[in-house]
Ligand binder design. Sequence first.
Ligand SMILES: Nc1nc2c(ncn2[C@@H]2O[C@H](COP(=O)(O)OP(=O)(O)OP(=O)(O)O)[C@@H](O)[C@H]2O)c(=O)[nH]1
Ligand SMILES: [Mg+2]
Length: 390
Amino acid sequence: MTRVVLLTAPGRAAIATLLVAGPRATEIVSRLFQPAGKKSLSEQPLGRIVFGRWPAGTVAEEVVVCRTAADRVEVNCHGGVAAPRAIASSLIAAGCEEFDWRTWTRESLADPLAADAEIALADAPTERTARILLDQRSGALRRQFDAIAGAIRTGDAAGAVSLVDELLARMDVGLHLAKPWRVVLAGRPNVGKSSLINALVGYERAIVHAAPGTTRDIVTALTALDGWPVELADTAGLRLGDEPLEAAGIELAREQAAAADLLLLVFDRSAAWSVEDDALAKAWPAALVIHNKCDLPAAGDRPAGVEVSAQSGVGLAELARAVVSRLVPNPPEPGDAVPFLESHVELLERLKQSLAAGQHDRALKQIADVGCHRQLVVGVAQQQEGSGKA
Ligand SMILES: Nc1nc2c(ncn2[C@@H]2O[C@H](COP(=O)(O)OP(=O)(O)OP(=O)(O)O)[C@@H](O)[C@H]2O)c(=O)[nH]1
Ligand SMILES: [Mg+2]
């Protein structure tokens, strides 16, 4: 079977690239592609870039085509939606089967863990997260699973368990490589929660106003702190509001605080520490305490916390560092194995159970099941070509 896969992301772009892969790739593309020169595509050597036209509807699209392997042709056309769609449709009409790039990646990579990493890489929002996923694409996670299997085979069950535990300890980082941590700012009205969000993201995301009770709904902003993706959520000031709209906002704020990966409790350092402040701090003992408005004179004693001024920017770098050290207390070293999908974590938990029950053969099978090499769609055709059977 010969496949057509759109390799570039959908949406606006200058260029789109379609891959045609399979034993009939050159033949099918040759039937549609009209080279500008005299030679047909099948006469062109591998790697030669060939310009020409592609009949697409009533117009001919200008394309650049290249045979990258005996069973692979890349077709580069104008970007956007219409041009690649028209070319894909004509290839399908000519006998190709359409694959989406994720399915293609899974089918064409021998190691499913490497395929998982390649697919997750498309969603990595920062260089730091991409670098960790690239390590897994290069085999870091695979090598650790191999090491676990090796330890089991040599009878070192304790060693295997500690390797599994090492991976489970990196699970939280792994699961946030493509999905940001949720950091919620909460506190009493007017302490400067919205101002802090704006200062952290560097633009006016949330409305700031001198009147308490300004924020009602949840306002979120995506950012990166030290290369880690974080979604900051601003909430309504917590107080006993008797107005229904404000009360609804306060209820939402409490729900957000409960579901957060990290809660930032914001207080006003220029106002005396009150009974309400104390109740809030006690209700959320795991929260990171922030004393805002440190540009103004301090009003009395208060519990320890990060001192900042959303207005002047003083303390913001320390605040970012404090948030990061709470979210990622032990960042992985370059080359470390990191599980990054729920399915990896589930496998590790199953492995732990098998090892705890002394079921070593079962544990080995669980590892082998992740490593089962799928049949290579293109690899087979390439081998045939190489041995003169194509
Ligand atoms: N001096 C000073 N004023 C600040 C600082 N941060 C915020 N403010 C002021 O405090 C007032 C309230 O700020 P907001 O950011 O709207 O406070 P909030 O906590 O979001 O308030 P609600 O949405 O009503 O709960 C505004 O007048 C801000 O300008 C700061 O660091 N220093
Ligand atoms: Mg606000």
